[in-house]
Design a protein around this ligand. Structure first.
Ligand code: BMA
Length: 326
């Protein structure tokens, strides 16, 4: 008998899809490495800088429960992480602030037209979580554009360029009456005024792994066959929630048009650092990078809301798999 903790989700027989390989040095970042007091570090946005370095903007939850974001950098994206000695982007905790309870889960996208990185993050206000936008050139100075979507909404990212003259944003509003939380897409002429809202990808229903609640994971990845959109699906069980990763492909010229959606999840909590933590059974990627070959995809994910981990896949293999899913 294998140990109980290895029973679920670890049936790596030939029939189970295996599109991502965990980095052997996982987890790559924990609170124990932090240069100042922190409860946990997880859910990091990711990007490649001009000089080829990997930058992660890590969600750091302090020992009050309030989160801020801290930049870490590495030459190879795997080792030698240099952590900013103090918090990089902190919430405004003044009375009445719309960030009163912290800022969380950033998604980073470089916008060549603006010559800036966009950072969409969840700001936790007294009215609930909402989506805020900041722009930066260097991850030292940030221009806060402000709240772009009211509560309750989170898990948002821009696309890296205009499509048909408009900016597009994926996000995940929640409505108490719907009983489900789907992914929506909206567009804007100026990154500030957003409209033409529509459902991009609905949560499935019933017993599905992605029933009732889904949300964007890393920002959309542009491929010759379409936008690869990774998303987390939440399965509610009597023992608690399980957060897993799925993928879908959308039309390059019309990102509202679904081309293909995987039926099975492609990555889920299997290792102890994913199954046990402040929130157990969670893999929650917020960032990815693509190698110079245009194929090697690294996803950086929060594990059990307690650490940052890394897994690597191949865009070509994911597209091949999706082609058979229609
Ligand atoms: C989601 C988000 C994430 C978190 C996850 C699991 O709703 O709030 O920040 O990692 O739950 O707790």
């Amino acid at each position: 008998m294998p140990p109980v903790s290895n029973l679920r989700g670890n049936m790596s027989s030939g029939h189970v899809i295996n599109l991502f390989k965990r980095y052997q040095g996982n987890p790559i970042l924990t609170a124990a490495q932090w240069p100042y007091s922190a409860n946990t570090v997880f859910n990091a946005g990711a990007t490649l800088l001009d000089d080829g370095e990997t930058l992660l903007l890590v969600r750091v939850e302090d020992r009050r429960g309030i989160s801020h974001l801290t930049a870490v950098r590495s030459h190879d994206g795997m080792t030698g992480w240099r952590i900013d000695p103090t918090p990089t982007l902190i919430p405004n905790e003044n009375p009445g602030s719309d960030e009163l309870y912290g800022i969380e889960d950033p998604r980073i996208v470089y916008l060549p037209e603006m010559a800036r990185y966009s950072v969409l993050f969840t700001a936790y206000s007294e009215s609930g979580p909402h989506v805020k936008l900041a722009l930066t050139k260097d991850f030292v100075h940030f221009e806060r554009i402000g709240s772009v979507l009211p509560p309750e909404d989170k898990d948002a990212s821009l696309f890296p360029r205009r499509i048909g003259g408009m900016w597009y944003m994926i996000h995940r509003p929640v409505s108490a009456s719907a009983g489900s939380a789907d992914m929506w897409i909206s567009c804007s002429p100026d990154l500030i005024h957003w409209g033409r809202h529509e459902v991009m990808l609905p949560a499935r229903r019933g017993a599905w792994w992605d029933a009732n609640k889904i949300g964007l994971s890393p920002p959309p990845v542009e491929t010759p066959e379409g936008w690869l959109v990774f998303y987390h699906g939440v399965r509610v069980t009597p023992a608690g929630c399980i957060y897993r990763l799925g993928v879908a492909l959308f039309d390059l010229d019309d990102p509202c048009r679904l081309i293909s959606r995987g039926s099975e999840w492609i990555f889920g909590p299997e290792e102890e650092y994913e199954q046990v933590g402040d929130v157990s059974d969670v893999v929650f990627p917020c960032g990815s990078t693509v190698g110079e070959d245009g194929d090697r995809l690294r996803i950086y994910y929060g594990a059990a809301d307690s650490s940052v981990a890394l897994a690597t896949g191949s865009i070509r293999e994911i597209l091949d798999w999706l082609r058979d899913q229609v």
